[in-house]
Design a binder for this molecule. Sequence first.
Ligand code: AMP
Length: 111
Amino acid sequence: MKYDLENIFAKILRKEIPCDKIFEDENVLCFKDINPQAKLHILIIPKKPFIDIVDFLENAEVEYQSSFWNSVNKIIKKLDLNDKGFQLKSHKGTDGGQEVFHFHLHILSKS
Ligand code: AMP
């Protein structure tokens, strides 16, 4: 499978469509899920194009993977999620329920 430049998260990254932004740095963009499944439901996407978590793990440079997780930790801290707790999910492929083929993390929390 080839990365589709017209997927919705690629369009959000190019600012062709809006998002409800929570956080942004040089590595990631974080925004609210448009169809929340919990009181807090946000998405974290790398700014570089990877189809899914396996593509990211296999093909992203180690330095970029490290920077990505560092940015995820910044978001966890910013939203004060460490004490409260949260779910972290990433859907992979059609059998995993993936709908948008730009790698992303879901973070969900009850409050
Ligand atoms: P999945 O690929 O299964 O992880 O699901 C993609 C997620 O992206 C779903 O939870 C959608 O509600 C969410 N989503 C789709 N389009 C948008 C959008 N324009 N802004 C925010 N979230 C979106």
